[in-house]
Design a protein. Structure first.
Ligand SMILES: Nc1ncnc2c1ncn2[C@@H]1O[C@H](COP(=O)(O)OP(=O)(O)OP(=O)(O)O)[C@@H](O)[C@H]1O
Length: 303
């Protein structure tokens, strides 16, 4: 396994964002005790034959708005699975249902063979689903390194007394190890030189990238990337595309939402297109991209 990337992650969800932010900060200040950061989670390098995630007839209504209508989705272990669709088609709602921000109105979410429907975001993250957000959610008054360390809280135990009485010279071997691992994640995403900066001082693209590092620090088996290249220039997008490949190469399954259809086509093994909360096409990226229904719904005829 290539270097730094052995871990899991999770992240805050929209519903519990504030709570989780506080929780991670407390957990970080208490200086975490490691459990196990040593093993890769997934077997496949190029996509296996098992479905790590299944959505079965998922419906999500917001009052009269039917955001998801009977969605079935199978995500193959080790793959990059693109999710595309026009604005308001239900992509982020799909992520919110998978990560526990919303319970589905009906239907099931099966992850790694377990029914996770209705679990809390924390429980789901603990099971191994990490995510990022369209608008980066970093903790601005923590350093870049601390943000990543905070992302490790799912895989650590907390010494509560340490929260109150921690002094720098008391840093334990485990705590040093956490710093070391967090630096590895930063190196992996190319932010190691910014480790000591305030996260709030990073530019948008760096904050997006930091979100990914923090997600990886929770050692996810499945990583949900919501518009990871939003607001980025061509060079930065290319970097993220490469990063997606490297994450996949380390065995983590990815679901990728992006408006940039070229990125999705290049980076994904399979693509699902949705419109008005329903699946309208699924298959190999080029096939989906050229599907007339998708072109009409989403791409525009000149794409
Ligand atoms: N919390 C909410 N309360 C009410 N309606 C919501 C909520 N979240 C999403 N919706 C509605 O559900 C539908 C799907 O929204 P969603 O954000 O999932 O679409 P999307 O495909 O991610 O859009 P975009 O590409 O613009 O991010 C939209 O009609 C949206 O207004």
């Amino acid at each position: 396994m290539t270097a730094p990337f052995l871990c899991h992650m999770h992240k805050k969800t929209e519903k519990n964002a504030v709570f989780h932010m506080d929780f991670t900060m407390v957990t970080y200040s208490s200086h975490l005790k490691m459990i196990d950061l040593g093993k890769p989670n997934n077997v496949g390098k190029g996509g296996g034959t098992l479905d790590i995630l299944k959505l079965e007839k998922v419906i999500k209504n917001f009052g009269g708005v039917q955001a998801l209508r009977d969605v079935d989705l199978n995500i193959r272990q080790g793959s990059v699975h693109g999710l595309i669709g026009p604005n308001g088609s239900g992509k982020t709602t799909t992520f919110n249902v998978i990560s526990g921000v919303f319970s589905p109105t009906s239907g099931k979410v099966i992850f790694d063979g377990k029914n996770i429907t209705g679990m809390t975001p924390y429980e789901i993250a603990k099971h191994g689903i990490g995510r990022t957000f369209q608008i980066p959610r970093v903790m601005p008054r923590m350093t870049v390194l601390e943000n990543v360390m905070a992302g490790m809280y799912l895989r650590t135990s907390t010494d509560i007394m340490g929260t109150f009485f921690h002094l720098p010279f008391k840093e334990s071997k485990q705590e040093k190890h956490i710093r070391y691992k967090a630096m590895e994640f930063l190196e992996f995403v190319g932010l190691d030189k910014s480790a000591g900066r305030w996260a709030g001082d990073l530019v948008w693209a760096e904050q997006q990238t930091l979100q990914i590092a923090r997600a990886l620090a929770g050692e996810p088996k499945l990583l949900l990337l919501d518009e990871p290249t939003a607001g980025m220039g061509a060079e930065e997008s290319e970097f993220i595309e490469n990063l997606i490949r490297r994450i996949k190469a380390n065995g983590t399954t990815i679901i990728l939402i992006a408006h940039d259809v070229k990125l999705v086509t290049r980076a994904s093994d399979i693509v699902t297109a949705i419109e008005f909360g329903s699946k309208i096409a699924e298959g190999l990226p080029e096939e989906v991209k050229n599907n007339p229904r998708v072109v009409e719904a989403y791409l525009g005829t000149d794409e």
